[in-house]
Ligand binder design. Structure first.
Ligand SMILES: C[S@@+](CC[C@H](N)C(=O)[O-])C[C@H]1O[C@@H](n2cnc3c(N)ncnc32)[C@H](O)[C@@H]1O
Length: 280
């Protein structure tokens, strides 16, 4: 599918769609209970469930974290522009939906390198004035920052929310997620916010969980081609010198939970971390 008026570099992207292999965005959609996935994605989910039966809970916890973060940025911090990189398929409760429930004027640019995500989002956003989707690769931050569609909605001279939710664990070490985060941080105005969630390698005090996580990592790397569980210090470094909001970089479930109930400290608790920081 190509839309009239798409820049030339986007015209060939649909030749790249291969539905015979599982793909990150569609597998995540399947975990969330969405319908934008194919047989190969669902087969992968079945396999993953054998190794990690609670994997769908991790996807749901991440989406819930994303919603709490966007509500905080738009509803409490007064942010009116959001750059959402690795936006995923526009399944229920995505960034623009949540932002616009609070303030319809918030400008949102979604960015993803998956042509299915791009075409699906573009079709849904055909009439939108405050929201757009850009086909871009976070490994090339300068291209995203210079993209005319990004610049049309995001004013980098004013505070904005930069969302890197569940994307940097899909960036391999040789692509240097630390360098990517730093380049993006540098482009943001003081008063901007950065939200990150990432697969987190459980600490050495949990040797069995660490071993199981390493097995999970092998499965993802071998089938999806990405999925790295990072140590706490590495994830923390992606915030640079920005000021971490309370409660810091924590298990997703501990980041401002709506109800202070008993949180189960199971493998999901230890394997997925997130936080939000502010550029001072
Ligand atoms: C797990 S989904 C996360 C979706 C959404 N941010 C959320 O947390 O609900 C990861 C998304 O990152 C996208 N992605 C992976 N590698 C990417 C890259 N190098 N550049 C841009 N997007 C990428 C995938 O296509 C997928 O849609």
């Amino acid at each position: 599918m190509t839309t009239e008026g798409d820049p030339p570099d986007r015209r060939s992207t649909f030749a790249d769609i291969d539905v015979s292999r599982p793909n990150v965005a569609r597998v995540y959609d399947a975990f969330l209970g969405g319908k934008n996935n194919f047989a190969a994605d669902r087969e992968f989910v079945e396999k993953a469930l054998q190794v990690a039966p609670k994997a769908p809970l991790a996807a749901l916890a991440n989406r819930a974290f994303l919603r709490r973060v966007v509500r905080h940025l738009v509803g409490e911090a007064g942010i009116t522009q959001l750059l959402d990189i690795g936006s995923g398929l526009p399944t229920q409760g995505n960034v623009s939906e949540v932002a616009h429930e609070i303030n319809e004027a918030v400008r949102v640019v979604h960015v993803d390198n998956d042509p299915v995500v791009y075409s699906h989002s573009k079709a849904l956003l055909a009439d939108a004035r405050t929201t757009d989707i850009v086909l871009g690769d976070v490994r090339r931050p300068a291209e995203i920052l210079a993209d005319p569609a990004v610049r049309a909605l995001i004013d980098f001279g004013r505070p904005a929310g930069l969302l890197l939710i569940a994307i940097l664990h899909h960036i391999d070490d040789h692509d240097n997620p630390g360098r990517i985060a730093a380049e993006l941080r540098d482009a943001m105005a003081p008063g901007s916010y950065l939200a990150i969630s990432s697969f987190h390698m459980p600490g050495p005090e949990f040797p069995e969980l660490r071993a199981a996580t390493i097995e999970g990592e092998k499965l993802l790397m071998g089938t999806l081609g990405s999925g790295r569980w990072r140590e706490y210090g590495e994830i923390l470094s992606w915030f640079g010198d920005w000021e971490l909001l309370e409660p810091g970089l924590v298990s997703l479930m501990e980041w401002r939970p709506p109800v202070r109930g008993r949180i189960r400290r199971d493998e999901i608790y230890h394997s997925f971390y997130g936080g939000v920081a502010r550029k001072t």
